[in-house]
Write a protein that binds this ligand. Structure first.
Ligand code: SF4
Ligand code: SF4
Length: 305
């Protein structure tokens, strides 16, 4: 018997055109279809995750660290960008390959963040966003930027009108900030953005074992805002930025049961992720300042001379 393989892309495209014919979608503004596609893709992502709710595997946040290079050199950079410079760099094909492998074993990614380093230094960002906007398992997409670089017109054109895709901008108090210009560009081009108000940063530089008690670990983990903000680079998914970059730099041990190596089989990855999502804390937390209620602060955007 012949088997028919229907990709998610063609399925979404089919339903999109069906809905158009039946006039179920009519949110077009001008000639921009992004708004309609947004509605449809959000519905599809929700439905896919609901197919078998007891078995669904949902990643709340996945941050793809496309590159480690940045135009700033912040003393308190949690990603150690000034130290590693351009050591991490993925070309477009690698990005697609790793993202496809991830989408293959999860049912939904609620927020897919593009980060660095500085995302706007990445030359193929328009292609990256265009690819992500076609993925029905992804509900929202954001580009994290430090607000000192303006996006190119081809990127703005891809994002135009989409509510699923937005800039996450910080750095408004930085001396090189161009946040006001960025906001103006977004408004002119009908592109969404979110301003992240600068506040005191946390100092993640000490990676020694802090010997927290079990209760401290559980409480700190529950209240950690980076809890389940998964990070992907160089074919591995880590639980959070602290776990990812410090494992990569050998500042902390390699905790195999908490790392998703994309070279593994789909079902193994799926089971492993379920296991990770049920943890009361991850082992990396033992080394992380963020477990403390009275965490050590760092000055936002203070530069290395
Ligand atoms: S802007 Fe600063 S904190 Fe952000 S990636 Fe660049 S160096 Fe790191
Ligand atoms: S290691 Fe634990 S406490 Fe530190 S940022 Fe990650 S989840 Fe939060």
């Amino acid at each position: 018997m012949k088997s028919v393989i229907i990709s998610y892309d063609s399925l979404v495209s089919y339903y999109y055109h069906k809905a158009k014919r039946e006039k179920a979608l009519s949110l077009v503004v001008g000639d921009n279809e992004n708004r309609e596609v947004d509605v449809l893709y959000k519905l599809v992502a929700r439905e896919l995750a609901k197919e078998d709710p007891d078995d669904a595997v949902v990643l709340p946040v996945l941050s793809f660290q496309l590159l480690s290079a940045c135009n700033l050199k912040c003393k308190g950079c949690a990603f150690h960008s000034p130290e590693i410079k351009d050591r991490i760099q993925h070309d477009y094909n690698q990005f697609v390959e790793m993202t496809n492998k991830t989408l293959d074993f999860v049912d939904q990614i609620q927020l897919f963040a593009i980060s660095g380093g500085e995302s706007l230094l990445y030359k193929d960002l328009d292609k990256v966003i265009s690819y992500l906007l076609k993925q029905p398992k992804i509900r929202s997409i954001c580009i994290v930027t430090n607000g000192t670089i303006l996006p190119k017109q081809n990127l703005l054109d891809v994002m135009k009108g989409s509510e699923r895709c937005f800039f996450h901008v910080s750095g408004e108090n930085h001396v090189r900030s161009r946040v006001d210009e960025l906001i103006e560009l977004c408004n002119i081009n009908d592109v969404h953005y979110q301003i992240y108000r600068d506040r005191e940063w946390r100092d993640f530089s000490d990676t020694n074992d802090k010997h927290f008690t079990e209760d401290e670990l559980i409480y700190g983990f529950e209240h950690c805002e980076y809890n389940k903000c998964f990070v992907l680079f160089e074919n591995k998914i880590y639980f959070c930025c602290f776990a990812g970059i410090n494992t990569y730099l050998n500042n902390i041990e390699y905790f195999d049961d908490e790392i998703l190596d994309l070279s593994l089989d789909k079902q193994v990855l799926r089971n492993k992720l379920k296991q990770i999502l049920s943890m009361k804390y991850v082992k990396a937390c033992r080394f992380c300042e963020n477990i403390r209620v009275d965490f050590k602060g760092a000055q936002a955007y203070e530069q290395i001379n």
